[in-house]
Design a protein around this ligand. Structure first.
Ligand code: AMP
Length: 466
């Protein structure tokens, strides 16, 4: 299957070619034909499956092949109506969708704008007044500008609700309904969602007319293209271990996840202090700071982006070589989303996780979800007061931590091997045998043994009390 067989017009084929796409992804194969036919679509697909092109390409083509109906007003002096509206839950996702329209539509005369909150509205209003065919928006800013009568949506022909499940999670349902209320009823609607729970079914029942269902092939819990390894490491040795790994040649573009915003700031600061270009991105940063950090990372000006989970979904940076879970996430599915930021669209990627004693429950849940254990690598980074960067969450048992601290301190052996371990495509699990750093690791975390039982994939034992 090629993009030609999907009957895309030349300007789009050229754009897709210059993006380096040779074959459409499964969601593109399924969604492009019905969208081109003007049908409503209910798409079950996550970021990373190529879903943006699955709706952006046929939208561009439909707008190219039809003219705006007469009688729908534009804005200000401009009589050009907005013809397609894409609603996205976050600024980052909206910005990324905008970039996709820019890339795929670069050989068309169609104009687009992206509007989101957290920045002054002046530039966005000016862009709207200049006339746009396609508008990508987050709900809050869209409603703001609607209320100020700075834009009209009565010319919308195609409406896309992207990451609908996340929209509902974020409490946008009322905003969504307000937006829908001002759209023409005679329109094409596309709804994309990573999951289709009951709420999404209900929403789509009221929104879509005889939709075609499309579904990206269910992701194996973790993409096969992502190599996964794990280090047992004390909270106070994590920063030093990360630094060591980053000193290797392979971590060319690394996304580090911490549990908290404060943790992200501290890790970024620590790395910058060590001369490793790093920036933090999380919800407490201003929109401009976030976009700048993202831009620097995408352009390769900073090698490391340290993020709280805000970036674990939707962040689309090509060629992330490594994802590091500095802290394991609370929710096992988040692990899969996080590591899905590397190994995208078939590229090889590496996920490196740090597990401290206080996170063994999290690891157990993740391994249950994966249906297998994550291979363990050894390291010899010592937990010392000097190397300590306070972890974002203290260990549960002080006594336990001290004991482990001692074990880690006596650890000796293969110093300097971290980087090569991190770059291995299919790293060998550390032997839990005597006499080596591996042995000491095994001792470091004796209770690990119980997780080596075959994983049944049965019901989880429930959430941990916290
Ligand atoms: P998305 O799911 O839309 O966020 O896309 C994920 C990534 O896949 C983006 O980096 C796209 O540029 C890339 N991509 C989309 N379609 C294709 C394709 N047909 N071939 C290769 N890469 C693609």
């Amino acid at each position: 299957m090629t993009f030609d067989t999907l009957r895309l017009i030349q300007p789009l084929l050229r754009a897709v070619g210059s993006e380096g796409y040779t074959t459409p992804t499964p969601i593109q194969v399924q969604a492009i034909p019905p969208v081109l036919e003007g049908k409503d679509v209910l798409g079950c697909a996550q970021t990373g499956t190529g879903k943006t092109a699955a709706f952006a390409l046929p939208i561009l083509q439909r707008l190219m092949q039809t003219h705006a109906p007469v009688g729908h007003g534009g804005h200000g002096k401009n009589r050009r109506p907005i013809r397609a509206l894409i609603l996205a839950p976050t600024r980052e996702l909206a910005a990324q969708i905008g970039e996709s329209f820019a890339a795929y539509g670069k050989h068309t005369p169609l104009k687009f704008a992206v509007i989101y909150g957290g920045v002054k509205q002046g530039n966005q209003v000016r862009a709207l007044q200049a006339g746009v065919d396609i508008l990508v928006a987050t709900p809050g800013r869209l409603l703001d500008l609607l209320n100020q009568r700075l834009l009209r949506l009565d010319g919308i022909e195609i409406f896309v609700l992207d990451e609908a499940d996340r929209m509902l999670d974020m409490g946008f349902i009322h905003d969504i309904r307000r937006v829908i209320a001002v759209l023409p009823t005679d329109r094409q609607t596309l709804l994309f969602s990573a999951t289709i729970p009951t709420e999404i079914r209900k929403l789509s029942a009221g929104l879509l007319r005889q939709p075609v269902m499309v579904k990206a092939p269910s992701e194996s819990p973790a993409a096969d293209t992502v190599g996964q390894v794990l280090y047992y490491v004390e909270p106070t040795a994590k920063a030093a271990l990360l630094e060591e790994l980053l000193r290797g040649p392979d971590m060319t573009r690394t996304l580090v996840f911490t549990r908290t915003k404060r943790g992200a700031d501290r890790v970024a600061k620590h790395l910058a202090h060590c001369g490793i270009g790093a920036e933090a991105i999380h919800a407490n940063k201003s929109q401009n700071q976030r976009l700048r950090a993202l831009g620097n990372f995408k352009e390769g000006r900073t090698r490391v982006l340290v993020a709280s989970d805000i970036a674990s979904r939707g962040l689309d940076v090509v060629e992330i070589s490594h994802v590091v879970n500095f802290d394991l996430p609370d929710v096992p599915e988040t692990y899969v989303h996080r590591i899905g930021r590397t190994g995208r669209a078939g590229a090889a990627g590496q996920a490196v996780s740090f597990c401290s004693d206080d996170q063994r429950d999290e690891l157990r849940q993740i391994e249950r979800l994966l249906g297998r254990a994550i291979p363990v690598l050894s390291h010899a980074v010592k937990a010392t007061a000097e190397s300590a960067l306070a972890a974002s969450k203290p260990a549960r048992g002080r006594g336990q931590q001290q004991q482990h601290g001692h074990r880690a301190r006596v650890s000796t052996g293969s110093h300097g091997s971290y980087a090569s371990h991190a770059s291995r495509k299919t790293p060998a699990p550390a032997a839990h045998a005597a006499g080596t750093p591996e042995q000491q690791q095994a001792g470091f975390w004796r209770s690990r043994r119980k997780y080596k039982r075959p994983l049944t994939g049965g019901p989880s034992t429930g959430r941990r009390g916290r």
